[in-house]
Every structure is written in C-alpha cells, then in structure tokens.
Design a protein around this ligand. Structure first.
Ligand SMILES: Cc1cc2nc3c(=O)[nH]c(=O)nc-3n(C[C@H](O)[C@H](O)[C@H](O)COP(=O)(O)OP(=O)(O)OC[C@H]3O[C@@H](n4cnc5c(N)ncnc54)[C@H](O)[C@@H]3O)c2cc1C
Length: 285
C-alpha cells in the first residue's frame, strides 16, 4: 500500500501533523515511539504552553497520548533508517520493514549527540543503524556500539550475543549493559576509518580502535543520511513558510527546522506542514 503521507517522529510536531491529517481523513503511517518523545516527558515544568498552567512534561505527554488514542491514531514503533525517492513517491526503511508514501513530514527533532565523521559514507559498508537487520553479519567479529538512549540496550545486548567483542559507548547516565565480551572504553569515537569497509574508529585521544563494524543506536539519524539530497541550513532542514523542503512532497516541522526549540513552535509547524500536504496531494490528483 502507498500511504498518502508518512510522518517520521512522534514529538509535538508529529502529534500536531497526525491530528490534522486524521481530521482530513488522509491515509498515513506515523513512525516513532509509542510513548511519543523523551523531550516532552523530561521537562520538569512547562510555563509557556497555552492552556496548561505549570504542567510537567509528563502531564503534557499524557494529554497528547490521550488525544491521539481518542482519535484512533496508531503509532508504528520503529526508527526510519533511510528514505529513498521512487519517482512519484518515497520508500522508507524502518529496521527490517519497508513503507511507501506519496508525501513526507519530517519531525525528527534535533540530534544532540550528532553523527561521527565518515558515518554516512560507510553506511552499509560496516556502519549499521539496525541490530536486527545486520547483527548476523558480525557473528564472531569485533564491533562498536554507539548508544544514546538506555531503551536501545536490549539491541546492544542482542549484538553482544553474536559478536566476539563489543566496545560499548553509552551517551547517557548509568548504563546497564553487562556481558563478559562488552567493554566500555574511557574515550569517545570521533570518526569512522576504513577503505572499502570499516576497519577502525578514530578516538578523541588520536588513537585507532580496530573494529569490523559500527552500530549506531540513536533516537535520530543525521539528516543527510536519512534522506540524501535534502537541503540543510546550519544543521537544520531548510524550509519555506509552507514548511516545504527542497524535495517535492517533503515537508518538515519542529526542532529539526531550527530554533527556537519550543513545543508551541513544533506544534504550529506540524499544523502548517499537514495543511501544505493537503494542498500538495490535491494538486497531484
Ligand atoms: C528537559 C527539557 C525541557 C524543555 N522544556 C521546554 C519548555 O518548558 N517549553 C518549551 O516550549 N520547550 C521545552 N523544551 C523543548 C521541547 O522539548 C522541544 O522543542 C520539542 O520537544 C520539539 O518537538 P519536536 O516534535 O520537533 O521534536 P522531539 O520532541 O525531539 O521529537 C522527535 C521525535 O522523533 C523521533 N525520531 C527522530 N528520528 C527518527 C527516525 N529516524 N525515525 C523515527 N522516529 C524518529 C524521536 O525519537 C522523537 O520521538 C524542553 C526540552 C528539554 C529536553
């Protein structure tokens, strides 16, 4: 099935886009997290969201979830690893699954840990974003796992069951991954090294750590890797007032389009992107 729209990301921008597409009866797939966004839930106190007086992030998140459920909107729990233009529509790879849509709304937030130098270049040649898809290729080998959220630890654990040795780089407090073959080096990787395939990681002290592969388990993927050809401006997706990007049928909203990083900006842009897509789909008919 080719959906009218795919929304990528379940923060406030994605919520707003999904509500508006549902009201207008469009077929869409919404990919992200079933509990929406860590960035909503983590806020201690929110004083600038109209209609909520000093709500906690959890209260706002719960209110979004309640509304989404009440409207019968479903979330597909997955990370989109790659998007490919297919002429008149787009194909999306989300782990081992494949989806197609005529138009896209990117609401991926901002990636605070960033990608490593060389990461995009070695994608599919030793760099992977999907333990389930590619883990089997590294049976008995040495790999590195960069992980920016404890919720991905079960994927790292799965990889530790396959690889001979895992260098684990958690970017959060109190990591819980333990296994005899897992080591958490003190330094941080800054670049991916290799020729045809990945051979090592360059570390922040200038040394090289030999590895056969690198798994990046993050809440978001760098924009250039996610959708090649997407125009960016200072690390954000370049958009016009309709939230349109440089690619036909591709719109973006929220933190990923630039500062200020705020809920109400994200919600407003999600609304505009959804309405612009209605026009785009009507013109395409
Ligand atoms: C501690 C804290 C407190 C804050 N307090 C306030 C405040 O008081 N007021 C205020 O206005 N703002 C506040 N903010 C900022 C606010 O959280 C953000 O501006 C807002 O969440 C942005 O919404 P978004 O939808 O653009 O992105 P996000 O909320 O970042 O959501 C993006 C979502 O997309 C998902 N995603 C990313 N890439 C992919 C992919 N490839 N495939 C599938 N899913 C993907 C992510 O997992 C995430 O769920 C705060 C932020 C933090 C961290």
């Amino acid at each position: 099935m080719v959906y009218d729209v795919a929304i990528i990301g379940t923060g406030p921008a994605g919520v707003s886009a999904a509500l508006n597409l549902k009201i207008h009866d469009k077929s869409f797939i919404w990919i992200g997290k079933k509990n929406l966004s860590d960035k909503i839930a983590r806020a201690e106190r929110i004083s600038n969201y109209p209609g909520f007086i000093d709500a906690s992030g959890k209260e706002l998140n719960d209110a979004f979830l309640k509304q989404v459920e009440a409207m019968g909107i479903e979330i597909t729990e997955a990370m989109v690893n790659q998007i490919m233009p297919m002429g008149d529509h787009y194909a999306l790879l989300a782990g081992p699954d494949f989806y197609e849509a005529k138009a896209l709304i990117l609401t991926t937030g901002v990636n605070q840990t960033g990608g490593l130098k060389g990461e995009a270049e070695f994608l599919g040649r030793g760099v992977s974003y999907c333990a389930t898809c590619d883990g089997g290729l590294y049976r008995g080998k040495t790999i590195a796992v960069v992980c920016n959220n404890a919720r991905f630890e079960h994927e790292a654990q799965f990889l530790a069951g396959l690889a001979e040795k895992v260098y684990f780089f958690p970017y959060y407090k109190n990591p819980g991954l333990t296994a005899d073959n897992v080591e958490a080096p003190a330094g941080r990787p800054v670049a991916v090294e290799g020729e045809m395939r990945v051979t090592a990681l360059k570390m922040n002290d200038g040394s090289s750590l030999p590895v056969d592969g690198l798994f990046c388990l993050r809440d978001s993927i760098s924009l250039g890797t996610l959708l090649p050809g997407l125009e960016t401006d200072g690390g954000h997706i370049a958009v016009d007032r309709k939230m349109a990007t440089n690619l036909p049928g591709v719109y973006a909203a929220g933190d990923c389009t630039g500062r200020p990083y705020q809920y109400t900006k994200a919600v407003g842009e999600g609304n505009v992107a959804a309405h612009s897509i209605l026009d785009y789909l009507a013109e395409k008919k």
